[in-house]
Design a protein around this ligand. Structure first.
Ligand SMILES: Cc1cc2nc3c(=O)[nH]c(=O)nc-3n(C[C@H](O)[C@H](O)[C@H](O)COP(=O)(O)O)c2cc1C
Length: 454
């Protein structure tokens, strides 16, 4: 999806009229387009208080920007630059991800003869600073009042042609820049390497050929000495910490039945202590500069009338809110329920900072449906992906078998095509939880994904 930003909130603006025409051109080219019109925002959207508490309209527009594969900015010339409202909107967007590597193209509008040249060049400075990919073919519209009919339509056929050429070219540009989920966005789950200390973790990681980690936070909390300085060690070796992971107390993975009773935040006996541990983990995550922490929430009841449903929903909401209070996102592992059930649970949860860590192997291990179809169903919530493979069980009610990535039942080419289709921009972490040659298995997984054609 491409988004179009109308860069002024002046009522009845000519920029909005040009935007209408541009939207029609994208529609005719079959490209979905979302329009963000600053004139539709409430009056307090750009007040000083907006830095603390964004209006729902700005929040929704920010989410639209984050989900966009490209941005079209139509901005008028105001006093030799672009409107203050547009700058105020930009300043409210999340830093640094809003424009980072995002393709953008510009249309400048002006009453005067310079056609918004200064407007666009000033915007290019800002978008360049924020690492956007600027499409080189810009449009400048001088003498705008002579180019619009009484009904707001564009009467200048040359301008219509320029808009059509820019739109077709920009769509090609966006497609060529779509960030394919590739090997440079991968990490390794630290627990897969079974390290006893930070030093051991980094030694073992170096054997996998991957230079980034999802870090298990509980050992840092429980045995500080072995893990002290992990952030400095990672930095010294050029290893990035992509996210954190935490577990709940007393989980017993011996069988599907034991994990159903003991997994995640389900047991009453451990809930209070789990919550305290989560709080400590959240503080650790903040100290490490981590933004996302994942966990297994446990088996979610499917029936909303089941009293266990309301209890679990309240607990998971409490965990999400705890992490939100630290400025953190949280993601729940997939697999213990089918994708439609998890999607409806996430809809009921309705927390902006809560999402899903998608694990295709878990869908197979727990026999919960086709991972590729599940990925598409859960697309709006996916924050991170685990790269893990498995074979389905032949005995109902038992686990499947986890195997080295590329040797199991996950259809990896289809899986990566689906990731590209949903425009997934997060990280992908290799996970291996079986076998006793973890480094070699993770290395093989890395090579398999690096060579994958899809
Ligand atoms: C506050 C303000 C400042 C403006 N400054 C300029 C300017 O520096 N150069 C220019 O050519 N037109 C200038 N204009 C005229 C706009 O370019 C013109 O109104 C045009 O329709 C685009 O703005 P709109 O989308 O608000 O209609 C200005 C208009 C406003 C409202």
């Amino acid at each position: 999806m491409i988004s179009l930003i109308v860069g002024t909130h002046r009522p009845g603006s000519n920029s909005a009229k040009v935007a209408c025409h541009v939207a029609q051109v994208y529609a005719a080219l079959g490209e979905p387009l979302a329009v963000i019109d600053l004139a539709q925002f409430p009056p307090d959207a750009f007040s000083a208080g907006a830095f603390g508490q964004k209006s729902a309209a700005v929040e929704a527009a920010a989410n639209t920007v984050l989900q966009s594969s490209g941005l079209v900015v139509i901005a008028p010339e105001y006093n030799g630059s672009y409107p203050g409202a547009l700058k105020a909107f930009i300043d409210l967007l999340p830093f640094p991800i809003a424009f980072e590597r995002r393709p953008v193209c510009f249309v400048g509008i002006a009453a005067g003869e310079w056609g918004g040249l200064r407007t666009v060049e000033h915007l290019q400075g800002v978008f360049g600073y924020r690492n956007a990919h600027v499409y080189p073919d810009r449009i400048f519209v001088p003498g705008i009042y002579s180019k619009l009919g009484a009904d707001g339509s564009i009467t200048d056929t040359a301008l219509v042609g320029r808009i059509e050429r820019q739109a077709a070219g920009f769509i090609r540009f966006v497609r060529s820049l779509l960030p394919a989920p590739s090997i440079d966005r991968t990490g390794v789950c630290s627990w897969s390497l079974q390290p006893g200390s930070a030093v051991e973790l980094l030694e073992r990681l170096s054997g996998t050929g991957v230079r980034a980690l999802q870090l298990h936070l509980d050992p840092l909390r429980e045995s500080g000495a072995a893990w002290s300085g992990v952030a400095q060690l990672c930095a010294a070796r050029g290893v990035r910490i992509l996210s954190g992971m935490m577990t709940c107390l007393g989980e017993d993975y011996a069988s599907l039945d034991t994990i159903r009773v003991t997994g995640g935040v389900v047991p009453d006996g451990t809930w209070e202590q789990n919550l305290r541990n989560f709080g400590a983990n959240a503080r650790l995550a903040v100290a490490l500069g981590i933004k996302l922490v994942t966990l297994h929430a446990g088996f979610l009841p499917h029936d909303e009338s089941d009293p266990a449903f309301a209890k679990l929903l309240a607990r998971i909401a409490a965990v999400a809110d705890l992490f939100a209070s630290h400025g953190l996102s949280i993601a729940f592992e997939t697999g213990q329920e089918d994708a439609p059930s998890l999607a409806s649970f996430m809809t009921r949860l309705n927390r902006a900072n809560a999402g899903v860590n998608f694990d295709p192997a878990n869908m197979i291990l727990y026999d919960k449906g086709d991972p590729v179809a599940a990925l598409r169903t859960l697309a709006p919530w996916i924050r991170q992906v685990h790269l893990k493979d498995a074979n389905r069980t032949r005995i109902p009610g038992t686990w499947g078998e986890e195997v080295v990535v590329g040797t199991g039942e996950v259809d990896w080419p289809s899986f990566f095509r689906a990731l590209r289709d949903i425009d997934f921009r997060g990280h992908l972490c290799f996970e291996r939880e079986a076998g006793n040659q973890r480094m070699a298995d993770l290395e093989a997984a890395r090579r398999f994904i690096a060579d994958l054609k899809y």
